[in-house]
Design a protein around this ligand. Structure first.
Ligand code: ZN
Length: 253
């Protein structure tokens, strides 16, 4: 029931034609994306850093905004590339078996690996774009960081002069209803719901598992640590993601 990837795979998995996948931070740690919430996480060690991604602090304090742009600049300078886990999900799409790829990650690594952008739902947004909190205008993070490098510590919207922020969902900020609706549809309409590298403790992502199960999908959880949904799952794999996904998502014989 728990642990290794079963060999052979159960028929319901190897024959599944419509798989919805939910990914969380665990799939990106192998790529060098820092962990934020874990025991040695960025926010655990420096609670002040969490203010950088909390909307009320961001809006109220120019110094928080200045520090947030520098954080984006420093993150952008890291050599971050997709890994075997991302590649396995590209493979699943090429087999024609990927219904939808829902991700809690904001790093854009699924698209960088080759997943079709239209098939990826970024429920927490993306660091690769910035959004004006006033008029909603969207531009690229690269452009904003170029302005920071050129001496604007807190660049303003070029359309309306409003406040710019990375197009990520900060704490205290509404999720995009259209993205959530699409994620709900994808969970309710699949043969298999595969949750990868997510602790399944943050809603609405966690609720998608229940939804999928209620609609008759088989549930697979791939996570190093136990999740609250392990009892709901038909299969729980605790192997590292990079070694578990390739055999788990192997093309049907
Ligand atoms: Zn604007």
């Amino acid at each position: 029931m728990t642990g290794a990837v079963p060999d052979p795979l159960p028929d319901w998995l190897s024959a599944a034609a419509r798989i919805t996948v939910l990914t969380g931070a665990g799939i990106s740690t192998d790529s060098g994306i820092p962990d934020y919430r874990g025991p040695n996480g960025v926010w655990t060690r420096d609670p002040d850093a969490e203010k950088l991604v909390t909307l009320s602090y961001y809006v109220a304090d120019p110094d928080i905004r200045r520090r947030a742009w520098l954080m984006r600049r420093d993150m952008g300078a890291l050599d971050i590339r997709p890994n075997a886990g991302h590649d396995a999900l590209v493979g699943l799409e090429r087999q024609g078996r990927l219904r939808t790829l829902i991700t809690q990650n904001v790093d854009g690594l699924h698209q960088a690996a080759g997943s079709t952008p239209e098939r990826v739902l970024e429920i927490h947004g993306t660091v690769h774009e910035v959004e004006c909190l006033g008029c909603g205008d969207r531009t690229s993070m690269d452009d904003a960081l170029a302005r920071v490098a050129a001496g604007e510590p807190d660049p303003a919207c070029l359309v309306c002069g409003g406040m710019l922020k990375s197009a990520t969902i900060s704490f205290g900020q509404m999720l995009d209803p259209a993205v959530i609706e699409a994620a709900v549809d994808a969970a309710a309409d699949c043969d298999v719901f595969l949750a990868v590298g997510t602790s399944l403790t943050v809603h609405p992502a966690a609720g998608l598992v229940d939804l999928a199960a209620r609609h008759g999908a088989r549930v697979v959880v791939v996570n190093a640590e136990p999740t609250p949904y392990d009892d709901v799952a038909d299969l729980v794999v605790t192997e590292p993601i990079g070694t578990a996904l390739p055999p788990l998502l192997a093309a049907p014989a």
